[in-house]
Design a binder for this molecule. Structure first.
Ligand code: PLP
Length: 258
């Protein structure tokens, strides 16, 4: 039996809740073959990030070539990229691949730990986002990348236009932090979908963004259109958040075994 092949290019979360570990769990749950290019290693648990170390750019390139040249890939997801040098190298590698690319422009963790240097924002805007099939910023990342501060559902459109100006084909603005219902806006500048989900009163949401982006990449690898893939991924992450559980002294992870 052949399986769609999905590659995550992201950081490791030693606590197993976010990053590469969440990505591979999502891919397993969605029936695709998950592969990883690790960009950085974090010492991390439910209370935050205690340390982070980037890998040399040569190690990032070598992992990518090993995977793509032999196994091949049907979709790529990027997450924590740490530095401008890694963002640039990943953009250069992905440019020749010709498969759907989901860019989660990870900036800062829920605990406020920086996962992307401020000096890398420009490379994110000008080198990686133009290659994205779908970009999936949350509201903090939108503000950091575009300067647009979203305070209401109406602001979501302005934010989407600002991100689309960098060149991704679609943008999914994750409005989960707005008061009320969790509303996300998916648009390519022509078609527009407002995706609503009931808010789960569950603080154990570590890994939500990584899980959503990996689920989108997994569904795109199966050949679904972007709107179909995002809807299926949103259903998956909504279930994972509902099943999120306490672990350690802080914020527990979303669950993949529901
Ligand atoms: N650690 C790594 C390696 C990540 O890639 C991410 C998010 O993308 C996080 C931590 C943050 O996860 P959260 O904000 O869901 O706690």
């Amino acid at each position: 039996m052949s399986r769609p092949r999905v590659l995550t290019v992201a950081g490791s979360d030693s606590g197993g809740g976010a990053g590469i570990q969440a990505d591979l769990k999502t891919m397993l749950a969605l029936g695709v073959h998950g592969m990883s290019v690790i960009t950085a290693v974090t010492a991390q648990n439910s209370t935050g990030v205690q340390g982070a170390w980037e890998l040399p750019v040569a190690a990032v390139r070598a992992q990518y070539r090993s995977v793509v040249d032999d196994i091949g890939v049907d979709a790529v997801k990027t997450g924590m990229l740490a530095s401008a040098e890694i963002v640039g190298a990943v953009a250069e590698l992905i440019a020749g691949t010709g498969v759907p690319v989901v860019v989660d422009p990870v900036g800062v963790s829920k605990h406020g730990d920086s996962l992307l240097a401020v000096s890398a924002l420009d490379a994110m805007r000008t080198e990686l986002l133009p290659l994205a099939t779908v970009a999936t910023p949350n509201l903090d990342e939108v503000a950091q990348l575009t300067g647009v501060h979203v305070e209401s559902e109406a602001d979501l459109r302005r934010a989407a236009a600002a991100v689309l100006s960098y060149g991704p084909r679609w943008v999914l603005i994750k409005g989960g932090h707005l008061p009320g219902e969790a509303v996300d806006l998916l648009t390519d500048g022509t078609d527009e979908f407002l995706l609503r989900a009931p808010r789960h009163d569950n603080r154990h949401t570590h890994g939500t963004g990584c899980t959503l982006a990996s689920a989108i990449a997994s569904e795109l690898a199966k050949g679904r259109s972007v709107p179909e893939a995002v809807r299926a991924a949103k259903d998956y992450v909504t279930g994972a958040i509902a099943a999120g559980f306490a672990l350690g002294a802080g914020i527990g992870p979303v669950d993949h075994g529901w």
